[in-house]
Design a protein around this ligand. Structure first.
Ligand code: ADP
Ligand code: MG
Length: 277
């Protein structure tokens, strides 16, 4: 695509500020509570670099809670508590010595509803994370970062002539890609996406799926989706969450996406992926 050539020719291209080393994310024995209501029970899942991991399962089974635990957002909810470990390349993000901002910087999050800062320009939206994390940069570095992140998010060509226009003026699909670009600007090693296409039309959904398949070479991606076709199109690994009546959520089975859809091991997975509940 045309956008990539400009990036390649840029003097900072070799430095590629949007790129951080690929990382494996490992959740071990994660349990979660709201007050004394347990919503996850000893969930373990390794999310390798290089493939998209899709989390599937009915509403209320704890997928969003699990994602929030992966980037230390869960602890912001006053009634919430948890047990277990989350490791990025073997380092526990819950280590008491680690600064929260460092843990969060390495793990970006994109939500169901696109949430750019609406009155802020497209340009400033992309670099907003630099201000929040206190990262110093030159004007040229910021220009390059904006171009490179918008290119990676598949939005550069559409907005290059109106970088000073407000982010809120973009279409829903464009706003979601702007949020992806904003996440990328702080060089995350993992990108978590909670139903990123649920609020979007099919065309925007396809564009974002293509973006994910490109991005997964740069950043480890975990998505929650209720769209079984989407899980099959984008993910290499799939985990099926379920909260049986009155029980906390747990993973019923996980593994290679194609295998799980073709020949699930558990009858409940079969029923779910075939739309039976
Ligand atoms: P999913 O994303 O799979 O739909 P969630 O992680 O949102 O599931 O929710 C899992 C369970 O935790 C549900 O029973 C939900 O009601 C409960 N829950 C989620 N967020 C909160 C919260 N902030 N306070 C109390 N309970 C919550
Ligand atoms: Mg959810």
């Amino acid at each position: 695509p045309a956008g990539f050539e400009q990036v390649a020719l840029h003097p900072f291209a070799g430095l590629d500020p949007a790129r951080a080393p690929l990382a494996e994310l490992d959740a071990r024995n994660i349990s979660a509570w709201f007050g004394d209501h347990q919503v996850l029970d000893r969930v373990s899942l390794t999310m390798p670099a290089g493939v998209v991991t899709a989390l599937i399962g009915p509403s209320g089974c704890g997928k969003s809670t699990f994602l929030r635990i992966l980037n230390r957002m869960h602890e912001l909810i006053p009634s919430a508590s948890l047990a277990g470990e989350v490791l990025i390349d073997g380092e526990d993000i819950y280590d008491t010595g680690r600064r929260l901002v460092d843990a969060r910087k390495s793990i970006g999050m994109v939500f169901q509803k696109p949430n750019p800062f609406p009155a802020m320009s497209i340009y400033d939206n992309v670099i907003a994370g630099l201000t929040l994390t206190g990262t110093r940069s030159s004007r040229d570095e910021r220009d390059y970062l904006v171009e490179s992140c918008l290119t990676k998010a598949g939005l550069w060509k559409e907005v290059r002539d109106r970088l000073r226009a407000p982010g809120g003026g973009l279409s829903g699909g464009q706003q979601q890609r702007l949020c992806i670009a904003r996440s990328l600007a702080v060089k995350p090693r993992v990108l978590l996406m909670d139903e990123p296409c649920s609020a979007l039309d099919p065309t925007s959904t396809r564009v974002i799926e293509e973006t994910m398949l490109e991005l997964v070479n740069d950043v480890t991606i975990v998505i929650v989706t209720h769209n079984m076709q989407q899980a099959q199109r984008v993910s290499g690994q799939c985990a099926f969450f379920l909260a049986t009546q009155g029980q906390p959520g747990a993973i019923v089975e996980h593994g290679d996406t194609e295998a799980m859809f073709d020949s699930p091991l558990d009858s409940r997975t079969f029923d779910y992926v075939n739309g039976r509940f």
